[in-house]
Each structure stands twice: as C-alpha cells, then as structure tokens.
Design a protein around this ligand. Structure first.
Ligand SMILES: NC(=O)c1ccc[n+]([C@@H]2O[C@H](COP(=O)([O-])OP(=O)(O)OC[C@H]3O[C@@H](n4cnc5c(N)ncnc54)[C@H](OP(=O)(O)O)[C@@H]3O)[C@@H](O)[C@H]2O)c1
Length: 305
C-alpha cells in the first residue's frame, strides 16, 4: 500500500508529442522527457493528412498535455498543394483541439511569424496583438490552425516562432554549410532584405516547458532576442564554423521563390516579458553555443550528403 502511494506521487503527467521527428519535436522529446511521460507520434504513427484519425489517437493516449510540433513546413510546396497544407496545418490542429477539449488536456500549438504580412518598417517587430495578414498558403494555413485552436474552447497555448534551426532535421544553416563545403570557391548569393529572428529549436523547447509549467494560457511569441537578415545569419554561422565561404548579399527579387515571404517578420517576445517568463537569449549567443556543441556532427553530416 505504502509503495503504491509512493509510486502515485512520482507518477508523471502524460504528454502526447505530435511531430516528434522534426527539429523542434526532437528537442521537445529531450526537454520534456525527464518531467513527463512522453508518447511520441511521427507521421508513421499518425498521418495528419487524415485529420479524422486524430481523435482516436488522442483517446488512446489520454494525455494531460498535447504538443503539436508537426506542420507542412515546406513553404514553397504549400503553394502547389494547398489542400495538403490545410489538412496538416489547419484541420488537424482543429481536431487536436476538439480532442484536447474532450479529455481536458492542454494543447500547445506551434505557429509561425509568416502569419504577418511583413510590411512593417524596420527595425520594428510584431507583438502578439498586431494584425495578421499572411501572404502565402503556408501562412494562411497556419493562421487557420491558430484560429481553430483558439475557437475550440480547449485550454491552449499558441506559440509563434520563426526561422528555426536545430541539430535534427533540415534547415537553412545546414543547407548553406553543405553548399559551401561542396564548392568552397563558389560565390553564393544570400537574401539580405528579409529580416527575422533566427531561433534555436532547443531554446524554444525549454521556453515551451516553462510556459506549460507556468499555467499561463493564450497566444505568445517565442523567438531568440534580436533580429537579422538571411545573409547575416548565414555569414555568422559559417564564421563560427570556421568554414571558408564567399557569400554575397542579394535581394529577394534576385532570388524568386514560388511562395512570397514577409520582408520583415521580426517577432517581439512581448507577452513572455510582461509575464516574467522570458528565457530566450540573443540569437548570436545561441548560435555560438549550437556550433560549439555540434560542430563535428554538422561537418560530418554536411560532408555525407
Ligand atoms: N522551420 C521553421 O523555420 C519554422 C518557422 C516558424 C514556425 N515554425 C513552426 O514550428 C513548428 C516546428 O517546426 P520544425 O522546423 O521543427 O518542423 P520540421 O522539422 O519540418 O518537422 C515537421 C514535422 O511535421 C511532421 N509532419 C509533416 N507532415 C505530416 C503528416 N502528414 N502527418 C504527421 N506529421 C507530419 C513531420 O513528421 P515526420 O518526420 O514523422 O514525417 C516532421 O517531423 C511547426 O509548427 C512550424 O510550422 C517553423
């Protein structure tokens, strides 16, 4: 009897982690596991192009917290397959929210800076109460996901982040490293007129944990402090990696992509600051730590591809 009471005391809350194989999902797995009993879902376990499957998965998991890190994140591909983008980024979060409400779970829905049009004058950024006006299918689908979660009546945290990188999965920094290592002499154009907040997925996972533990609810921005353009972040990363490179700044117009991207998607952590919950550090500090931890693995991976 005494033993089962003791066991009860240390019983961890159940957490359903959706999108567990992505950049943020992998870091959430590591950060939340010591404190929660995490059940992880990849697209093999739960395919979000089939939102009808979501309710059953939640029922079988019976979580107290659901973290949704899954998304159709290929911004350009979303333009040509808006149906898929909508299923994964909007309808599935709506079903997660309905199921969360049904079982009394907290839903953490991760969203994006691309819900903003990006026309604000630099260096100003966007706070949580600013008007949204996405300019891409990806942005519109993610916004529809936010709206469905907020309207569902479940307990929720919607956390907008931006320009994510991590050691797991694919990202802009890894792509730049691979390109530069393959052809060190070649001049590479990098867009210098889009500004945002480069954010380490591990820091975001830590911020999500502190938000969940705080008992706060609602909409938050969570990005690294400070802002830069793609050229600046690529240059800073390659210098920290001590890799020879020849980057040249270029305009968005010189590097056309299927999806429009906001010129200024700088987010401000206003609510985290107001609530005394801010853990996010300057982006340069995080990038330095990331490189010092992962330099060898990054070089090995980039050489392999
Ligand atoms: N990456 C960024 O720069 C960025 C910027 C702003 C906001 N965000 C948001 O931050 C969150 C995390 O982003 P991330 O960079 O960690 O994403 P990521 O590395 O691209 O991972 C996304 C995950 O979504 C899952 N997924 C995709 N299609 C799915 C489907 N049909 N069914 C189930 N799962 C599916 C994938 O699962 P499998 O691997 O199992 O197939 C993948 O692991 C997302 O909500 C994203 O919108 C990202």
């Amino acid at each position: 009897m005494e033993k089962s009471n003791r066991e009860k005391k240390i019983k961890k809350s159940r957490l359903m982690l959706v999108g567990a194989r992505g950049q943020l999902g992998c870091d959430c797995q590591e950060i939340f596991s010591p404190l929660f009993e995490v059940e992880s879902f990849s697209s093999d376990d739960l395919d979000l192009t089939r939102p009808d499957d979501v309710g059953v998965a939640v029922l079988s998991c019976r979580p107290e917290v659901i973290i949704n890190c899954a998304a159709h994140t290929r911004v350009d591909d979303c333009e040509t397959d808006s149906k898929k983008a909508h299923l994964i980024n909007a309808e599935s979060p709506a079903c997660l929210a309905a199921a969360a409400k049904g079982c009394g779970a907290l839903l953490v829905q991760v969203s994006t800076d691309y819900v903003f049009a990006g026309e604000r004058e630099l260096p100003q950024g966007y706070v949580e109460s600013d008007t949204v006006a996405p300019v891409s299918v990806y942005g519109r689908s993610k916004l529809a996901g936010e709206e469905a979660v907020a309207a569902s009546g479940c307990a929720y945290l919607i956390v907008r982040t931006s320009w994510l990188y991590g050691i797991n999965g694919h990202n802009f920094l890894k792509t730049m490293l691979r390109l530069v290592l393959n052809e060190p002499e070649k001049e590479r154009k990098v867009v210098a007129d889009q500004f945002g907040c480069l954010t380490w997925s591990r820091s975001l996972a830590q911020q999500l944990l502190s938000l969940v533990e705080s008992g706060k609810r609602g909409l938050y921005h969570a990005v690294a402090e400070g802002s830069a353009n793609w050229f600046q972040v690529a240059s800073c990363f390659l210098e920290l990696m001590e890799v020879e490179h020849h980057l040249v700044p270029c305009t968005t117009a010189a590097y056309p992509t299927p999806a429009r991207r906001p010129a200024n998607s700088i987010l401000l952590n206003q609510k985290l600051k107001n609530d005394g919950l801010l853990l996010m550090r300057p982006w340069q500090d995080d990038l330095e730590l990331f490189v010092s931890r992962h330099r060898d693995r990054l070089l090995k991976e980039a050489a392999k591809v």
